[in-house]
Design a protein. Structure first.
Length: 206
């Protein structure tokens, strides 16, 4: 499957590498020309502008953003919305506030552009270990992207399955979960971070 990646920091670049290892085609763009050249040397298709990036993607285009949450993500989504077409997909894999996802998805829906938010965990270790993902957005769009999620996720590995779960369907054991409509992925990710901080605080007091 083809995927476009915008944002080639340590995490975004390693996600591209993991996808290419899994047989996917990646088109990449970043404000740093050096980052683009590095991934192009490893097999990705580089681009030198946003227009060039979009021109190299097959329809329906799927564009994953790994840029800082806030103004950078907002501007990138707006720039893409002005260039993408009906049926295309924008995936925000950063740490956006879930209410921003809801707002963006509504605005993009008017242009018939699909919006998916993915709370992504894995950091710099994800290249080898995989990334755990909490996903929000239109269910049919998420299903279309399943090959991407499956490749990025850790997978079940060689650990024996929990007794009684052999016949339970779903992707949770693979390391990714469809959480619901737009905003649900980042909401679950934020709740997870809050619980980790709370658990750490409790342990410090014990």
């Amino acid at each position: 499957m083809q995927l476009g990646m915008i944002g080639l920091g340590r995490m975004g670049a390693n996600m591209v590498r993991r996808l290419m290892r899994g047989g996917h085609e990646c088109v990449v763009f970043d404000l740093s020309d050096d980052n683009v050249k590095q991934l192009a040397a490893e097999g990705a298709t580089g681009s030198d502008s946003l227009d060039d990036f979009i021109a190299k993607l097959h329809k329906p285009r799927a564009v994953w953003l790994m840029v800082p949450a806030g103004p950078a993500t907002e501007k990138t989504v707006d720039d893409l919305a002005a260039r993408l077409e009906s049926g295309d997909i924008i995936i925000d894999g950063g740490n956006s506030y879930f209410k921003d996802d809801v707002r963006r998805s509504k605005a993009l829906r008017e242009k018939k552009i699909n919006y998916v938010d993915v709370g992504t965990s894995g950091g710099v270790w994800g290249l080898e270990r995989g990334y755990c993902m909490m996903i929000g957005g239109p269910k049919e769009t998420v299903e279309h992207l399943d090959p991407i999620f499956k490749t990025l996720a850790p997978g079940r590995g060689n650990i024996a399955r929990t007794p009684g779960r052999e016949n339970i369907p779903g992707t949770v054991e693979d390391g990714y979960l469809y959480c619901g409509p737009s905003g649900a992925g980042h909401f679950v990710k934020s709740a997870q971070r809050h619980r980790v901080r709370l658990d750490a605080g409790v342990r410090r007091r014990l």
